[in-house]
Design a protein around this ligand. Structure first.
Ligand code: C2E
Ligand code: MG
Ligand code: MG
Ligand code: MG
Length: 288
């Protein structure tokens, strides 16, 4: 009978509503109402050109602040949102808000070249992703090339129609990046076929540079791979000047990480970068 209840049937066999199961259910219920209760918001993390310090984009990172739970980390609620299907609503909200924010910054005098938005594998399973993106771009008036969608290798390799979706997204003019590159298992032959412009070197390979020479070798290999495939390469999780210098030395001129800026509110991005990206001055963020 529990089975007839579908994928949530297991609940009826749970020995008790305490511990992990109960916690999960509680979180699930709260998450479902998070958007309508205005508990969801975005942080934006600047992406920077290493040699000039210029702002080249931002990545939108979703945040959930619940009065009872406090600030919940995406690693805790994204998987839950994926399991429950809430990710579709959440993903749409994030995409819309991201595009709107680009226009708001522009109205406030700050031109942010592009915004990167993370997509979940579940958003592809629904199939309507391309229409949703096109609708949001039209509604907000953001030029397609200023939106970059981030996919992980697992999304690409585990989605049957990934190539179709990705080609369709490319056709409407949005940019595509492979997030956390190097941690998955995408085939290089497949990668070559994709209209993807950017590889993001996973933070785990950057973290121990310069101490770990294996990580250095991997980072260099990814930079070279990107070059050979005519893609741009950006490093995530750059925390030190040494790491930035290492990247630049090896031909990677784009970075994102705490060394430049933590993810922050739209207003903080505006205050830090307004005026910093203009003129002939070497452009550094104004530190708060
Ligand atoms: P990601 O897309 O790889 O995002 C980068 C993560 O690294 C962010 O964690 C960011 O805060 C963190 N980070 C950036 N620079 C540094 C650094 O220098 N040092 C360290 N230690 N960390 C750094 P966050 O915001 O907790 O997000 C975690 C993951 O959750 C994201 O990884 C992404 O996979 C997922 N996520 C976040 N927002 C969304 C969203 O709107 N939709 C979907 N589907 N997933 C999202
Ligand atoms: Mg990302
Ligand atoms: Mg990443
Ligand atoms: Mg990562």
């Amino acid at each position: 009978q529990a089975k007839a209840r579908g994928r949530n049937g297991y609940r009826f066999y749970a020995p008790s509503m305490t511990g992990e199961g109960a916690e999960r259910l509680r979180l699930e219920t709260m998450l479902r109402r998070s958007i309508e209760k205005n508990e969801i918001f975005l942080n934006y993390q600047p992406q920077v050109e290493i040699d000039s310090g210029r702002l080249i984009g931002v990545e939108a990172l979703v945040r959930w602040n619940n009065p009872e739970l406090g600030l919940v980390a995406p690693v805790r609620f994204i998987p839950l949102a994926e399991d429950t299907g809430f990710i579709n609503q959440l993903g749409k909200w994030v995409l819309y808000e991201s595009c709107r924010q680009m226009i708001r910054w522009q109205e406030d005098g700050l031109y942010v070249p592009k915004i990167a938005v993370n997509l979940s594998v579940k958003q592809f399973e629904r199939g309507s992703i391309v229409c949703m993106v096109a609708d949001i771009l039209e509604e907000t008036g953001l030029a397609p090339h200023r939106l970059q969608l981030e996919l992980t290798e697992s999304v690409i390799m585990n989605t049957g129609d990934a190539l179709v979706f990705i080609n369709d997204l490319h056709a409407i003019g949005v940019g595509l990046a492979i997030d956390d590159f190097g941690t998955g298992y995408s085939s290089l032959a497949y990668l070559k076929q994709l209209p993807v412009q950017t590889l993001k070197i996973d933070r785990s390979f950057i973290k121990d540079i310069p101490a770990d020479s294996d990580d250095e070798a991997i980072a260099i290999a990814i930079i070279q791979l990107g070059k050979s495939l005519n893609m741009s390469v950006i490093a995530e999780g750059v925390e030190t000047a040494d790491q930035a210098a290492f990247l630049l030395r090896h031909g990677c001129n784009q970075a994102q990480g705490y060394f430049y800026s933590r993810p922050e509110l739209a207003q903080a991005v505006l205050e830090r970068w307004l005026g910093a990206g203009e003129g002939t001055e070497p452009c550094r963020p104004r530190h708060a």
